[in-house]
Ligand binder design. Structure first.
Ligand SMILES: Nc1ncnc2c1ncn2[C@@H]1O[C@H](COP(=O)(O)OP(=O)(O)O)[C@@H](O)[C@H]1O
Ligand SMILES: N[C@@H](CCC(=O)OP(=O)(O)O)C(=O)O
Length: 378
């Protein structure tokens, strides 16, 4: 039955990113759930035969690695987690390859780090490769490249990775399959009175207060990272569905327009791809603090950031790096590509642009951040 409020997000979606969490993939840490993965792959293949382009983002490497290594408790040391991920990823690749092949589809493994997507050239390479795989009717299976990441280059959780991939390939929809039927007004494991949320606007801040952390200790992000992922995916126009991964035929029924799970609907505003890339940086090289007048002009008039409005420069960055633009209270109001390195920006603070040549000996641009390379937070 179609819930009157629920938007049929998948019905007309032709490019879909589907993310499954560790607890589902590994049967709560007991080991790769062959039946469940087989079920999703059968449905992915059916969606592929309907002419839809599918990308899978699958967690489970650490949980499966721990199982294979006989570790009962999750290690604290990063190198141990990375070792577990290296072992478990073999299992993930193998099971998706087998199950997709059984259903007549070729699969491809793509392991990404945040640094891959923060670098414009590598970002464009990743995008070109994924789109080429889709052209060849291959179903890519993506995970974070856990074995090489440290805190500086980590996505941190696969909900965020799923949203970044949706933005990367300009997907129409993101589906997050988890161990709950969707979003409730509170964590249903802790609050039996929690009510189910059928539909909401992606990015609605009220949702963030409802969402709590991970439920089992096997999953990582919990509901909050899913809500934030939906907000992020909405930037490129993708709506999100959060649904129970064990719901029979969940993907096929969603694709038929059935109201399953929580629909988080994107607004009509779609960010330009290049601006979305700037918005999607999770770690920034540095920041500039600007005065109240500059905040107002950025927000209300959509102007470039001139050095005269900058009061302080934090961190070390190079020309071309994405930097945060902070208001006088230290809150990020925008972000964008710096036209000058941090040591130059320090000399330019509070100066009109006509002084740049005298202060630096050359002029790159009159703005510190040009409005074409600037994204204002909404
Ligand atoms: N408001 C909420 N609605 C539903 N689940 C919630 C909510 N807040 C927290 N959770 C918890 O989030 C868990 C799902 O996140 P997580 O354990 O990270 O799963 P996954 O491995 O699928 O990413 C649920 O099992 C649930 O306990
Ligand atoms: N890259 C990690 C996944 C981390 C993660 O976000 O897990 P989950 O919250 O279960 O989606 C792994 O494969 O173990």
């Amino acid at each position: 039955m179609v819930h009157p409020l629920n938007a049929p997000i998948l019905q007309h979606a032709s490019r879909i990113v589907i993310k499954v969490g560790s607890s589902l993939v590994t049967n709560e840490g007991k080991g790769l759930d062959e039946v469940a993965v087989g079920e999703w792959c059968r449905q992915l293949a059916e969606l592929g035969r309907q002419g839809r382009e599918i990308i899978m983002v699958s967690s489970g490497a650490v949980a499966e690695g721990m199982k294979r290594l006989g570790w009962a408790t999750r290690p604290k040391e990063v190198r141990e987690l990375q070792a577990a991920a290296a072992v478990g990823q073999m299992g993930l690749a193998q099971i998706y390859e087998t199950k997709l092949r059984d259903n007549g589809f070729c699969s491809a493994q793509v392991l990404l780090t945040h640094a891959d997507l923060a670098d414009r050239e590598r970002y464009l390479n990743a995008r070109a490769t994924l789109l080429t795989l889709l052209d060849h009717k291959v179903i890519p299976v993506i995970n974070e490249n856990d074995t090489v990441v440290n805190d500086e280059i980590k996505f941190g959780d696969n909900d965020t990775l799923g949203a970044l991939v949706a933005n990367l390939v300009d997907a129409d929809a993101l589906v997050i399959l988890t161990d709950q039927k969707g979003l409730y007004t509170a964590d249903p494991r802790k609050d039996p009175t929690a009510e189910f949320v059928h539909v909401a606007k992606a990015g609605d801040v009220a949702l963030e207060a409802m969402a709590g952390g991970a439920g089992t200790g096997i999953g990582k992000g919990g509901m909050l990272t899913k809500i934030l992922a939906a907000k992020r995916a909405a930037g490129s126009g993708a709506s999100t569905v959060i649904a129970w991964g064990r719901e029979p035929d969940v993907l096929l029924r969603l694709a038929r327009g059935e109201a399953i799970g929580t629909a988080l609907v994107a607004g009509t505003h779609k960010q330009q791809a290049r601006k979305q890339w700037i918005a999607d940086h999770l770690q920034l090289a540095g920041a500039v603090v600007v005065d109240a007048g500059a905040v107002q002009r950025l927000r209300e008039q959509g102007t470039s950031l001139l050095p005269v409005g900058v009061t302080q420069v934090n961190g070390e960055f190079s020309r071309g790096d994405v930097i945060a633009i902070l208001g006088p209270e230290g809150i990020e109001v925008a972000r964008g590509l710096a036209n000058y390195a941090s040591h130059e920006a320090r000399k330019l603070c509070r100066h009109p642009s006509r002084d740049i040549e005298q202060l630096l000996g050359y002029v790159a641009e009159p703005e510190l951040v040009h409005r074409d390379n600037l994204v204002v937070n909404r």
